[in-house]
Design a protein around this ligand. Structure first.
Ligand code: TXE
Length: 499
C-alpha cells in the first residue's frame, strides 16, 4: 500500500445530485437519498435520489415526446455530429471533475480515471463521424419499373442500464452512438456510481442537446431499474451487467417485445504458446487480470499456458504480481485501487477460499490486504486448476487468475471454449499459423493477438454465447440503435391488376 505527496484530497462533504428529466435536474425534495462512500476511504462522497415509479414515468414521457416530435432524429446528421463534438470538448473541459468522481465512487486509480475520461471524449468524436456516415442501401436491380430503398431509422426511446465497473467509459461507449442514431435516452446508472452519468447531462445540455433527449433516473436496480426494463413506452434496452440480471431484462422485455442489447459476464481466456515472447505475455497477462482490480467484463481471467513453459511462465507472473502497485486510488502512482463494493469484496473472498479448498495450488496472493480503510485484494494466482472447479467456471470479477495447461493447439482451443461465456480472448504466439488458428476458432466477440484490453471505438464490442447480444461501438454501434425499413417505389404507370 502506497501513498505519495501528490495524493488528491478527499472532499469536505458529499455532493448531492438531482436526477435529470427534460433538460433540468430535479433535486430530492421529500424523496429519499442514497449516500455513497468512497470504497477506498469510507468517506461519504455523493448523494443521489431514490427515484420513484412516477419519476421514471416523467423521464420516459420526456424521452418519448423528444423522440416523437423529431426534435433530434429530424436533424441532419451533421447537426447531431456538431452536438457530439461539443460534448467531447465539454468532457475535456470538465475532465478532472469527472475523473475525481469516478475514482471517489468506484475506487479505481485516478490516473486510470483520467485516461478513461480522455478516451471517452475521443469516442464522442468518433461517433460524431458515425452520425454523418450512417446510411442505408438501394436496389437498382428490380427492373426498370421498380426501385428499392433500405433506410435506417432510430429505434426510439432507449433505456440504458450501466454497471459500476466503468461508469463513465461504458456510458460513453453507448450514449454517443445512441444519440448519433437519433434515438432518445433514459439512463439508469448503478446506484453506487451515478455521479458522472449525471454530470454528463449538464455537459450534453451545454453542447446543445435538445431537452428530453438525455434523461437520467437514479436508484436501485431492483426498483427503478426493474421498472425501467418493464416500461412499455421504452422501445429498446441496452443493458450491461451480470448475466443473472440479463435474464431479468430478457423476461421483462417480453411485455412490448423491446429490442435488446446485452453485454454480460465473461471468463476470458489468455492462451500463451511456448513460442510467445514470454516477457511480453507475462506483462500482458498481469495487466489483463489486475487492471481495474479484475472488475472488467473482459478481464483475462483464465490463463491457458503450454505445458513445456508453464513453470517458467508461472515464475514470471509471480514476480510481476508482486510488483503491482496496489493502494490509495487518489495517489497518481497507484496502479490498482480498491474493490468497488462490499458485496464484490465478499464475492472475491468467497472465490479465493473456494480455490484453496478445491485443491488448486495457490501460487501468490489469495487474501485481502490489511488496511485501516477501504477494501483491497492481493493479485492472486491459482495453478493446477481443472475446469470443474468453481474458480475456473464462474466470473469472479476480481484480481484472481486461474492457470490451466495444454499440450496441443486443439487442446488450448478446447479449454478456451469450455465456458458458457464468449466475450473476449487473447492469444500470445509469434507463430502466425497458431495465433490465427486459435483466434479463428475461439468463440469470443473480441480477440487480441499479442496484446490484451487494447483498442478504440473503431472496432465493435460484444459477446458470443451467454456473454450477450448485439454490438456496441464502431459503425455497428450506431446501427444497433436503428431499425431497417424497406421502401418499394414504382416508376411510371402502373400495370393494372384489374383489366
Ligand atoms: O451487477 P448487476 P452487480 C457481474 C460481476 C459481478 C456481478 C454482480 O460478476 O460480480 O455481476 O454485480 C442494474 N432490473 N458484473 O450486482 O446487478 C444495477 O442497478 C434492471 C459484470 O452490481 O447486474 C446496475 O445499474 N436493472 C458486468 C446494473 O443493473 C437492474 C458489470 C448492473 O448491476 C436490476 C457488472 C433489475 N432487476 C457486474 N438489478 C460486466 N460484465 O461488465 C440490477 N440492475
Amino acid at each position: 500500500m502506497s501513498e505519495t505527496s501528490t495524493t488528491l484530497p478527499l472532499p469536505d462533504q458529499a455532493r448531492e445530485f438531482g436526477f435529470f428529466v427534460d433538460g433540468d435536474y430535479v433535486m430530492a425534495g421529500d424523496r429519499e437519498l442514497f449516500e455513497r462512500s468512497s470504497p477506498a476511504h469510507d468517506v461519504p462522497v455523493s448523494k443521489i435520489v431514490k427515484c420513484s415509479q412516477d419519476d421514471l414515468n416523467d423521464a420516459v414521457a420526456a424521452a418519448r415526446r423528444a423522440f416523437d416530435d423529431r426534435r433530434w432524429s429530424g436533424l441532419p446528421g451533421a447537426q447531431r455530429a456538431a452536438v457530439l463534438l461539443k460534448a467531447a470538448a465539454g468532457i475535456r473541459a470538465r475532465a478532472e471533475e469527472l475523473a475525481y468522481f469516478e475514482t471517489l465512487e468506484n475506487g479505481k486509480p485516478i490516473s486510470q480515471s483520467r485516461g478513461e475520461v480522455e478516451a471517452a471524449a475521443g469516442i464522442y468524436e468518433y461517433a460524431a463521424g458515425a452520425a454523418r456516415a450512417l446510411h442505408g442501401d438501394s436496389f437498382n436491380n428490380l427492373g426498370d419499373k421498380l426501385f428499392g430503398l433500405v433506410t435506417r431509422e432510430p429505434v426510439g426511446v432507449v433505456g440504458l442500464i450501466t454497471p459500476w465497473n466503468f461508469p463513465f467509459f461504458i456510458l460513453s461507449e453507448r450514449v454517443p452512438f445512441i444519440l448519433a442514431s437519433g434515438c432518445t435516452i433514459v439512463a439508469k446508472p448503478s446506484e453506487v456510481t451515478s455521479a458522472t452519468t449525471l454530470i454528463m447531462a449538464e455537459i450534453l445540455k451545454e453542447a446543445g442537446l435538445p431537452d428530453g433527449v438525455y434523461n437520467v433516473v437514479t436508484g436501485s436496480g431492483s426498483t427503478v431499474g426493474q421498472a425501467l426494463i418493464e416500461h412499455t413506452d421504452i422501445d429498446m434496452v441496452s443493458f450491461t451487467g451480470s448475466t443473472a440480471v440479463g435474464h431479468k431484462v430478457l423476461a421483462a422485455a417480453q411485455g412490448n417485445f423491446k429490442k435488446l442489447g446485452l453485454e454480460l459476464g465473461g471468463k476470458n481466456p489468455q492462451v500463451v504458446f511456448a513460442d510467445a515472447n514470454l516477457e511480453d505475455a507475462a506483462d500482458g497477462v498481469t495487466f489483463g487480470i489486475c487492471f481495474n482490480t479484475g472488475q472488467c467484463c473482459v478481464s483475462g481471467s483464465r490463463l491457458i499456458v503450454e505445458k513445456s513453459i508453464a513453470a517458467e511462465f508461472e515464475a514470471l507472473l509471480k514476480e510481476r504480481f508482486a510488483k503491482v502497485r496496489v493502494g490509495d486510488p487518489l495517489d497518481p502512482e497507484t496502479q490498482v485501487g480498491a474493490i468497488t463494493t462490499n458485496a464484490q469484496n465478499d464475492t472475491i473472498t468467497h472465490y479465493m477460499e473456494s480455490g484453496k479448498k478445491s485443491g488448486a495450488r495457490l501460487v501468490c496472493g489469495g487474501d485481502v490486504i490489511e488496511s485501516e480503510h477501504g477494501q483491497y485484494i492481493q493479485p492472486t494466482l491459482f495453478a493446477d486448476v481443472t475446469s470443474d472447479m468453481e474458480i475456473a467456471k464462474d466470473e469472479i470479477f476480481g484480481p484472481v487468475l486461474t492457470m490451466h495447461t495444454f499440450e496441443s493447439v486443439d487442446e488450448a482451443i478446447s479449454i478456451a471454449n469450455d465456458t458458457i461465456y464468449g466475450l473476449a480472448a487473447s492469444v500470445w504466439s509469434k507463430n502466425i499459423d497458431k495465433a490465427l488458428k486459435a483466434s479463428r476458432q475461439i468463440q469470443a466477440g473480441r480477440m487480441w493477438i499479442n496484446c490484451t484490453l487494447a483498442g478504440g471505438p473503431e472496432l465493435p464490442i460484444g459477446g458470443f454465447k451467454q456473454s450477450g447480444w448485439g454490438r456496441e461501438t464502431g459503425i455497428y454501434g450506431v446501427e444497433e440503435y436503428t431499425q431497417i425499413k424497406s421502401t418499394h417505389i414504382e416508376l411510371g404507370d402502373r400495370d393494372h391488376w384489374l383489366s
